[in-house]
Design a protein around this ligand. Structure first.
Ligand code: LMR
Length: 328
């Protein structure tokens, strides 16, 4: 009798155990770029690892290409709990009152991925992610995309050729100042509208890493591209803090592990993805690609470096100096 009761209790336990019976926890991960980009691939990688490590107790739904939310809506949706995970570019945090994230937009502040990594994996990066908490957001990781080039529908041999052009930018004051420093006319626009705006001549040019240029087919409507590598574009992967904190501890631990693995993956593939995208842009044959010589690069730097000082008040001179120290 005792044995029977025990068996019965075990069966009931199995049926009622939340790990076996409960509906999976759903993480909606929304982003604005194509699946075939560093961010798109890393989001998929996270999905696969999160689902495997939690043995199906978590389901991750990835919504690429602004299919769920566009740039302007996604942060609000996260705060309201309408979506659980995002990876906005660091240029897009100022509407939360976090202007300091725009430090990543300063032209020529990072020499390359290695210098950048010293910031994102060091105290400055941790401190920046920590500032999201007061907005109800938990910062989980930094993911790379890469370094930007300028593109336009007219030849760009040097900085003067951008003079007077209407250039699409992300919603960052630093990027606005950068375009003004070149005598261009900055136009803030959501990512999902850029291709059409370029195609119909609403704007003349833009800037982006090559993976974004290629996967949005911008190169088909941009006849000229100059490889300036003048600024960095990367992401903060973020989640709704209340959602995250309410997760069962073992699940949260597995998700953190999945995120660590996805971050390593993202930052391993980003550079190569951008190189391949540039090769594909060249092969497509729509776009003249200019490789600036040392003099031309120096001219771009000369025009753009004063932006650092002009943005000190907005971003904080101390933060800018902390980055110089970390990368110097
Ligand atoms: C852009 O708006 O140009 C980028 O932030 C898009 C992205 O997420 O890479």
């Amino acid at each position: 009798m005792k044995k029977m009761l025990l068996r019965f209790a075990i069966c009931v336990g199995l049926v009622l155990s939340p790990g076996v019976q409960a509906e999976p926890i759903v993480i909606r991960f929304s982003h604005v770029v194509a699946p075939d980009t560093p961010k798109g691939k890393a989001a998929e990688y996270f999905r696969a690892r999160a689902e495997a490590l939690t043995e199906g107790r978590v389901r991750v739904e990835v919504y690429p290409n602004s299919t769920l939310y566009k740039d302007r809506e996604e942060l609000e949706a996260l705060q309201l709990g309408a979506v659980e995970m995002l990876a906005p570019s660091l240029a897009k945090f100022a509407p939360l009152g976090l202007r300091e994230f725009e430090v990543f937009d300063l032209p020529y502040i990072f020499d390359g991925y290695e210098a950048l990594r010293r910031v994102t994996t060091g105290p400055v990066g941790r401190e920046l992610l920590g500032r999201l908490e007061a907005r109800g957001i938990r910062g989980l990781a930094f993911w790379d995309n890469g370094f930007k080039s300028f593109s336009a529908n007219t030849p760009i041999h040097g900085p003067d050729d951008l003079h007077g052009l209407r250039m699409r930018i992300q919603s960052s004051r630093v990027l606005e100042e950068q375009m003004l420093a070149l005598g261009a006319l900055p136009q803030v626009m959501g990512f999902s509208d850029v291709y059409d705006a370029l195609r119909h001549g609403v704007v003349d040019g833009t800037e982006n890493p090559h993976s974004n240029l290629y996967t949005q087919r911008m190169h088909e409507v941009q006849g000229h591209l100059i490889l300036t590598g003048h600024g960095y574009l990367g992401y903060a992967v973020i989640t709704n803090k209340r959602f995250w904190d309410a997760l069962p501890r073992d699940i949260r631990r597995q998700l953190e592990r999945a995120m660590d693995e996805a971050t390593a993956f993202a930052n391993r593939i980003a550079q190569e993805e951008n190189e391949q995208a540039l090769a594909a842009v060249r092969a497509a044959g729509h776009t003249v690609v200019y490789e600036p010589d040392a003099r031309t690069l120096a001219a771009f730097k000369q025009a753009l470096l004063p932006v650092h000082q002009r943005m000190e008040e907005r971003i904080g001179a101390d933060l800018i100096r902390a980055i110089y120290r970390a990368t110097g």
